[in-house]
Write a protein that binds this ligand. Structure first.
Ligand code: AMP
Length: 113
């Protein structure tokens, strides 16, 4: 297994995990870009948005709803937050395992890249 997020899911490398169920894991980003920076990751190894199909529509819905719940737990729901999924090299995706960034706790600037 080469994928770093699969290794985190398997418990082979440490992470600051704040949520886990059979479908998703959420852990704090190792290089946070905001006071709250959590990665929410499907347990199944899906490389990117490009690999999603109709069968994944409900999973993606649950991913967003989980992000909303974690934002509440992290006390940034009221102040606001940003959800980002990078896709591919020009989209800024570095880890080839689909993940949603939840960032907040500071006023984020408008620049996207
Ligand atoms: P992306 O650029 O969208 O692929 O985001 C990958 C994110 O994973 C980056 O924000 C990294 O800081 C983060 N990251 C890489 N390795 C780890 C790790 N071992 N634990 C937590 N976050 C990580």
């Amino acid at each position: 297994m080469e994928c770093i997020f699969c290794k985190i899911i398997a418990g082979e490398i440490p992470s600051d995990t704040i949520y886990k169920d059979e479908e998703f894991i959420a852990f704090r980003d190792i290089q946070p870009q905001a006071p709250v920076h959590v990665l929410i990751v499907p347990v199944n190894h899906i490389v990117s948005v490009n690999d999603l199909g109709e069968k994944d529509a409900s999973m993606i819905g649950r991913l967003i709803l989980l992000a909303k719940r974690i934002a509440e737990q992290e006390h940034i729901a009221e102040s606001g937050y940003r959800l980002v999924i990078n896709c591919g090299s020009e989209g800024g995706q570095v880890v080839p395992h689909l993940h949603l960034h939840l960032m907040g706790g500071i006023r984020l600037n408008d620049r996207m890249g």
